[in-house]
Design a protein around this ligand. Structure first.
Ligand code: SF4
Length: 415
């Protein structure tokens, strides 16, 4: 039977739009209304394929056999890594943290290939926050810095900062992106010169600049005179070994601006629930990413306990990927090491794992097969609901079962 489900939430990118409709025929989503070029193929793909629930290598196996093999891998590992979590939800992230605690693993999220430097910066200098709803209603100056939302977050502008009288949109980037072409003003910054630009703006605000950049002076004037300004910043300023210093400079600029007006900075998060992964890890361990439990308590040290580094340095001897689609963002050395160690993968039915998996569990997709909670890029929790049924377990259920079996295996080996 064909029917349309309204008010559907999409978790493909950090916008987490909750105004889509999907057309369902039988147990398949056949089309999407009010989506975008990212959401339109993603929803049908999650229900089009029905791969076996579990595999060891390339062979389909029973759930029991997969659990036994995965438990064996975790029990044999001396320095395991749990990585991913940005396409999960609060439920799965909480279960992953409990498993990491139980087995003494390192747990890390895809923030490590994205906004980890931003998180480190806001830990140093703080952050002025607002919701996307406030931006939509109040912002008269919207700046996208190092971000091309028309490509990466296609409905962001339409939903959260649509054109309206008195609203001015600026894009600052190293090249003229799609978003730059659609903006009221584009300012080009040389690659790797964002830190200097933020400090120049700070000096201009303080009236102490000796630079002659008219475009930056114009931006400083607009920033100072607006009534509600926001900088959405993206991956363009979060790459490189000193990226946290660049974001610190931006956050300090925003602090300065709040002496003159209301100004905010918000991260353009890439994946649907990477903001939730930060939140869950923080409330469970005290730290937002890169948390190590090998000493029996949580330790945090970006660069030492972050997934890309642990893999690239060949330290992890087993890996559990919660969502493998983001493995392609890992550096080549990390992906090479992943191919040499036992890897347990929890993946959605529509995903093709980019690395060879020792054990694969196909898991239900939150917001399609299971209810859950996802966090939008502004850290607003959004409820997810069931659209079509499935027999696949959720990642939270698989992780909880692995945790119980690991404990039982340890108890039996002691006994
Ligand atoms: S903008 Fe992002 S969250 Fe919104 S519909 Fe497109 S992919 Fe989904």
């Amino acid at each position: 039977m064909r029917h349309t489900i309204p008010n559907v939430t999409c978790t493909v990118c950090g916008c987490v739009c909750d105004d889509l409709s999907v057309v369902v025929e039988g147990d398949r989503i056949t089309s999407v209304i009010n989506g975008c070029r990212l959401a339109d193929p993603w929803f049908p793909a999650q229900t089009a394929a029905h791969p076996p629930a579990c595999r060891i290598g390339d062979s389909a196996v029973s759930l029991e056999a997969a659990y036994a093999e995965a438990t064996k891998i975790l029990a044999a590992a001396k320095y395991p890594l749990i990585y991913g979590l940005s396409r999960s939800t609060t439920e799965g992230q909480r279960a992953a943290t409990a498993l990491a605690d139980t087995i003494g693993a390192t747990i890390d999220t895809t923030a490590s290939t994205g906004h980890a430097p931003s998180i480190m910066a806001l830990q140093q200098v703080g952050e002025s926050t607002c919701t996307l709803g406030e931006v939509k209603q109040r912002a008269d100056l919207v700046i996208f810095w190092g971000s091309d939302p028309l490509v990466t977050h296609p409905r962001h502008r339409e939903r959260y900062c649509p054109p309206k009288p008195g609203r001015f949109i600026v894009v600052v980037d190293h090249e003229e992106t799609e978003s730059a072409k659609a903006a009221d003003l584009f300012i080009r910054i040389e690659p790797d010169r964002d830190w200097e630009a933020f400090w120049e703006l700070r000096l201009m605000l303080a009236g102490k600049s000796t630079a002659k950049r008219a475009d930056l002076q114009d931006l400083a004037d607009r920033m100072k005179s607006c009534r509600f300004g926001i900088v959405f910043f993206g991956m363009g300023i979060t790459q490189g070994p000193l990226a946290h210093r660049t974001v610190e400079a931006l956050l300090q600029l925003v602090t300065d601006l709040n002496d003159h007006t209301r100004f905010y900075a918000r991260r353009m998060r890439r994946y649907g629930d990477v903001a939730g992964a930060d939140s869950v890890l923080t409330w469970q361990t005290g730290y937002p990413f890169g948390v190590n439990f090998s000493a029996g308590y949580p330790r945090y040290n970006p660069g030492e306990f972050t997934g890309p580094d642990l893999l690239a340095h060949k330290e992890a001897d087993a890996c559990l990927l919660v969502g493998s689609e983001t493995a392609n963002d890992l550096p080549q050395a990390a992906r090479d090491h992943l191919k040499t160690i036992p890897t347990i993968v929890l993946d959605s039915p529509g995903n093709i794992c980019p690395v060879p998996a020792s054990v694969t569990f196909i898991t239900a997709v939150y917001g399609i097969h299971r209810p859950g909670t996802g966090y939008r890029m502004d850290e607003v929790p959004i409820p997810l609901r069931v659209l079509v049924p499935t027999d696949y377990p959720s990642d939270g259920e698989v992780l909880t079962e692995l945790c119980q079996r690991f404990v039982a295996s340890q108890n039996s080996s002691i006994g």
